[in-house]
Ligand binder design. Sequence first.
Ligand code: ATP
Ligand code: MG
Length: 342
Amino acid sequence: MTETQFTPRVFSGIQPSGNLHLGNYLGALKRFVDMQQPDMETIYCMVDLHAITVWQDPKELAHSTRELCAGFIAAGLDPDKSILFNQSQVPEHAQLAWIFNCVARMGWMQRMTQWKDKAGKNQQNASLGLFAYPSLMAADILTYHATHVPVGDDQKQHLELTRDIAIKFNHDYGVDFFPITEPVIEGAATRVMSLRDGSKKMSKSDPSDMSRINMTDDADTIAKKIRKAKTDPDALPSEIDGLEDRPEARNLVNIYAALSDQTVEQVLADVGGKQFGEFKPMLAELAVEKLSPISSEMARLMGEEAEIDRILGKGAEKARAIAAPILQQTYEIVGMVSSKQG
Ligand code: ATP
Ligand code: MG
């Protein structure tokens, strides 16, 4: 096998399953924006095919896809610098996922914690798509030969599986075709926790709206949710060690650090010794200051539906121009006869 150099290329996605929240912003979207650099090709996707692995009302799905696109742009992604599109419009994702369904093993999928968490006790009644989700995610990434994938901590296992699929494909077919992708899980808030329960991650699908800060929440709602966030009775420590076994305190400090672009150490040096009664209003003020411009820009963009659809359409064209030749080469490696081969 010969060593191939892959051009650095960033890919990531977010599901249009409603309620884009602070965890999505700090763990993913804000970092998508950081990686949008002149020397880096960045591809960001609204993964609607993933969203329908659990039931989505069709009208809401369409609304959420456009709203997510508005969120991407409002947060700082520029359609002239990054490729922005929705997954279903680039059929290569689903086509490559089928090939990967035949590479991945049942045992690999059964070990996935997201599958176990989302299917719960009723696995027999979960969709086949929910089970196969990680294989589609591997295809999302590898159909662009992406080398770097910014995600939150909860996606680490799926990225390991993406690497396993690439390694097995390359090995089985004796090629060095798919890159071994690097997860990029960085920053102070790689796992933002629920405001109601420091042991659960903040999530779109949590039934309690008080558990998360939505990107569309107004200033009063943000302040109320932070005021009511679960905490403990102690003052904040001055050192990181003092956050051990205090998941709710750690969560709020992590959020403060990520929103203010500081390290947790820097934040604690400032706020150590303060009670939550004093710290929570500081956090609320910071959150409103950072999130309000994004939510108002999102609302403005949502008034321009035709413009959003135009951006998505153009993005899908650009994405396809990269994905289609990679899928075609994959088919050739696998031995599929193409009429185009003559
Ligand atoms: P769902 O509950 O429907 O799975 P979600 O909130 O987990 O929704 P996804 O669309 O699955 O959102 O994830 C999009 C990105 O946001 C991923 O990179 C994921 O790792 C990141 N992310 C999701 N939740 C958090 C969180 N609480 N903290 C940090 N990053 C997160
Ligand atoms: Mg998720």
